[in-house]
Design a protein around this ligand. Structure first.
Ligand code: ADP
Ligand code: ZN
Length: 613
């Protein structure tokens, strides 16, 4: 098929991508870059960043060169573009010499609309010379936060990108990221010499994602309950901190009849690739992974992201949870969190390499994450404020604290009881103990350990009978999360911090979070305010949709591409519902451009007629 030739963004959007209108800031960004301007684009995952450089690349003369660290995904990205009739290629280390030569020739002959490159390619002189000999329409720098050392994803090769401007001063550059803090934005602009670039900052709200953070009791059981009751048959990602817990969790889920695959850096590279490919291509798989998985995974129908361990930063948390629900349909971000997480993360920071400033930075990231976990306010409002976007909305209606408002209580006295127990153990007995034993003392339990150390003789023995064991755990967790108490030493014992004495003296009242009795659970179809409700298919459309999905799965398999590269669920649903009679009618459906109509139109019409007969 002849590529669509046009310099009109609107026409490209409609004819190539099959979409009627730009979303949010897309149009302004596209026009600015197509007109030769530099841009720095901050948009949440799923916001539609790709079109912001793909459309200008098609509108401008020359090739759009896209720098991306996501080598493993380049093939899929290029396949998705080719399925639209866009002439795309990539250069990275996974290719053999022949493939590379073909791509280089196409670039030099001016036959590529888009060329994807890994940043380390730019260190190779021959690549730079190649770029010099061809015609470049624009540079797009994807995942631009990788240039920020302050951030959480720094990649040294990204520092090379500051040279793009020096070497090709007339080529417009567009840098894109889903990481939104002020500090990171400033650092990106400075390091990429994008000082004159226009900044486009989209709203970071993801209204279709329901945020929930629950106290961690029996994490795997809690996870299973979530999957069984709310996400049966859905595709999702489960994040764990360690490789070992990735493997154990994947095994556990498989044993429970859930199709789950492991993914972590310690797995054999071929198996890792295969698991990733299956997750992208097959419907309804659960990927259990370390955070090594997922950057740039643009599978649109990930219905949940579950964290079994605490993320190290709000940035990381938001990026990971943001992989849910790119298609805009209701999705869940679920995190189980407990005292052990705080202890473990603090210890990792203490043990980490790097200078004091580095450790301070890690500690600040962790504290912000803990504040999010312990908040009694709307999670979304707090997240947006963290990213500098105070929307003024107090209650989003689609997070756990909104669905089941969490009250707070005056925990000053309870905190004093905990702290004075720790203090007495230390000063009267020269001892320190862990959480379990301290709670036993507070509750006045005569355990063997209490008897062994005669702790029933302490004046604090039994002073905490007014609270239950889980409540005391919650108090201690919150004290540790706020740095008012610490867990240290080889035996994880409770010890004072600089801030403990002031709390013990009761100088400032301390408000604590009351754990809700039952975890909040939004009903799946309603979503939050401003959310597109999940489309319910009619009795006639449902079987047609299933047939279309089966056809799509077969076609995807045959072509070796992910199913969503062919059509998104939303597109199939619209086809099933509207049942277009012919190709012309089919072409008016969102997500069907000229390329896909030419390629799949007849097949889809056949499936529709087959389904109707
Ligand atoms: P990001 O890279 O910001 O995470 P993508 O570029 O992958 O987001 O886009 C997210 C989803 O939204 C994709 O499925 C894309 O096809 C869709 N999309 C983007 N822009 C539009 C638009 N203007 N109209 C309809 N769908 C869009
Ligand atoms: Zn809320």
């Amino acid at each position: 098929m002849e590529p669509v030739r046009s310099s009109d963004p609107q026409e490209i959007l409609r004819r190539v991508f099959g979409y009627e209108s730009f979303r949010g800031e897309q149009q302004a960004i596209v026009e600015h870059v197509a007109g030769g301007g530099d841009a720095l684009v901050l948009m949440p995952t799923g916001g539609g960043k790709s079109l912001c450089y793909q459309v200008p690349a098609l509108a401008r003369a020359g090739t759009g060169v896209v720098v991306s660290p996501l080598i493993a995904l380049m093939q899929d990205q290029v396949d998705a573009l080719r399925a639209l009739g866009v002439r795309a290629g990539f250069l990275n280390s996974t290719q053999d010499a022949d493939e590379r030569r073909l791509t280089e020739q196409a670039f030099l002959a001016g036959e590529l609309d888009l060329l994807y490159l890994a940043p380390e390619r730019l260190r190779v002189e021959s690549t730079v010379r190649l770029l010099d000999r061809g015609r470049i329409g624009l540079f797009a720098i994807d995942e631009a936060h990788c240039v920020a050392q302050w951030g959480h994803d720094f990649r040294p090769d990204y520092l090379l990108l500051s040279e793009l401007h020096t070497r090709w001063p007339d080529v417009p550059r567009i840098a894109l990221t889903a990481t939104a803090t002020e500090a990171t934005r400033r650092e990106i602009a400075q390091r990429l010499q994008l000082t004159d670039a226009k900044h486009f900052v989209a709203s970071f709200d993801r209204p279709n994602i329901s945020y929930r953070i629950v106290p961690k009791n029996e994490p795997r059981k809690q996870l299973l309950e979530l999957l069984r009751t709310e996400h049966a048959g859905d595709a999702g990602i489960v994040y764990c901190l360690s490789r070992k817990s990735v493997e154990q969790t994947a095994e556990f889920l498989s044993g429970q009849g859930i199709r789950a695959l492991p993914y972590h850096a310690g797995l054999d590279a071929a198996l890792r690739r295969e698991n990733q490919a299956r997750f992208l291509r097959e419907d309804g798989l659960v990927m259990v992974a370390t955070i090594a998985f997922g950057m740039g995974i643009d599978k649109p129908d990930v219905r949940f992201v579950a964290h079994l361990d605490l993320p190290k930063s709000v940035e990381g948390y938001y990026q990971e949870t943001g992989r849910a629900g790119r298609d805009g349909e209701p999705s869940t971000a679920w995190l189980a969190y407990g005292l052990a997480d705080v202890v473990q993360q603090r210890k990792m920071i203490d043990d980490s390499e790097g200078d004091a400033a580095h450790k301070r930075r890690l500690a600040m990231h962790l504290d912000a994450m803990l504040a999010l976990c312990e908040t009694t306010e709307c999670r979304r409002a707090q997240l947006l404020r963290y990213f500098g976007q105070d929307s003024g909305v107090q209650r989003c209606g689609n997070c756990d604290t909104c669905l089941t408002p969490v009250s707070s209580w005056d925990g000053t006295v309870a905190a004093q009881k905990v702290l004075s127990t720790v203090w007495r153990l230390k000063h009267e007995r020269r001892q320190s103990f862990g959480t379990v034993h301290v709670i036993d003392i507070l509750l006045g339990k005569r355990t063997p350990k209490v008897e062994q150390f005669s702790h029933d003789e302490l004046s604090v023995f039994g002073v905490g009978a007014d609270l239950t064991e889980p409540q005391w755990r919650s108090v201690i967790r919150q004290l540790v999360a706020r740095g008012l108490l610490a867990v240290g030493g080889a035996h994880s014992t409770l010890v004072f911090t600089e801030s403990s004495p002031a709390v013990m003296r009761g100088e400032t009242p301390l408000m604590l979070r009351t754990e809700p009795e039952r975890a909040a659970r939004p009903s799946r179809s309603r979503g939050g305010s401003g959310t597109r409700p999940a489309v319910e298919l009619s009795a006639e459309a449902a079987p047609v949709f299933e047939r279309l999905r089966a056809w799509r799965a077969a076609a995807a398999k045959e072509q070796g591409v992910p199913a969503y590269v062919i059509f998104h669920d939303a597109t199939l649903r619209e086809i099933a519902t509207r049942a277009p009679a012919d190709r012309a009618a089919l072409g008016t459906i969102s997500g069907i451009g000229e390329g896909k109509l030419a390629r799949y139109g007849d097949q889809v019409i056949d499936v529709l007629h087959g389904a109707a007969s």
